[in-house]
Design a protein around this ligand. Structure first.
Ligand SMILES: Nc1nc2c([nH]c(=O)n2[C@H]2C[C@H](O)[C@@H](COP(=O)(O)OP(=O)(O)OP(=O)(O)O)O2)c(=O)[nH]1
Length: 131
């Protein structure tokens, strides 16, 4: 059996808020919210892939802080892995794949329509932050 393609995504946090990104494509995902990131390319280190995706998609420099425990199934053949991250440089802008970004405070996390498959990952991000 072939290994699943890993999609890496960031829980980018600043001042207690989490960055959510609204997808603009493909049509079946457009309008739904996700953690920004993308596919790991063959032979690429997942953490490097995530830093690359954040630069390409949001125009930022970011530092990965810690992996969020868990791995979540996406469409067949794809799994999602998440790291907490912080901004090193730039301000996030929706350059690719997204048409809106929003910083969500603790009371706003569920105010956006997350992709169904992202809900358990977002819950794991929140659980990983409990003291
Ligand atoms: N980035 C990201 N993708 C997600 C999430 N949840 C989810 O189902 N996906 C899906 C959407 C896409 O089918 C796939 C990621 O592909 P992508 O289009 O973001 O990746 P990419 O930038 O490497 O794309 P490309 O080179 O193929 O254009 O995973 C998520 O939280 N973040």
């Amino acid at each position: 059996m072939t290994e699943p393609t890993v999609v890496v995504a960031a829980a980018l946090q600043e001042s207690g808020r989490l960055l959510a990104a609204r997808r603009s494509a493909p049509p079946e995902l457009a309008g739904r919210w996700e953690l920004p990131g993308g596919k790991v390319e063959p032979g690429e280190d997942p953490k490097r892939a995530l830093v690359r995706e954040l630069r390409e998609e949001l125009g930022i420099g970011a530092e990965l802080v810690a992996p969020v425990p868990g791995e979540w199934p996406l469409k067949p053949g794809y799994v999602l892995r998440v790291w907490t991250a912080r901004l090193l440089s730039g301000r996030p802008r929706p350059l690719e794949d997204h048409d809106e970004l929003r910083w969500l405070g603790p009371d706003e996390i569920w105010s956006v329509d997350w992709l169904d498959q992202d809900v358990p990952a977002v819950k794991a991000v929140l659980a990983a932050q409990q003291p």
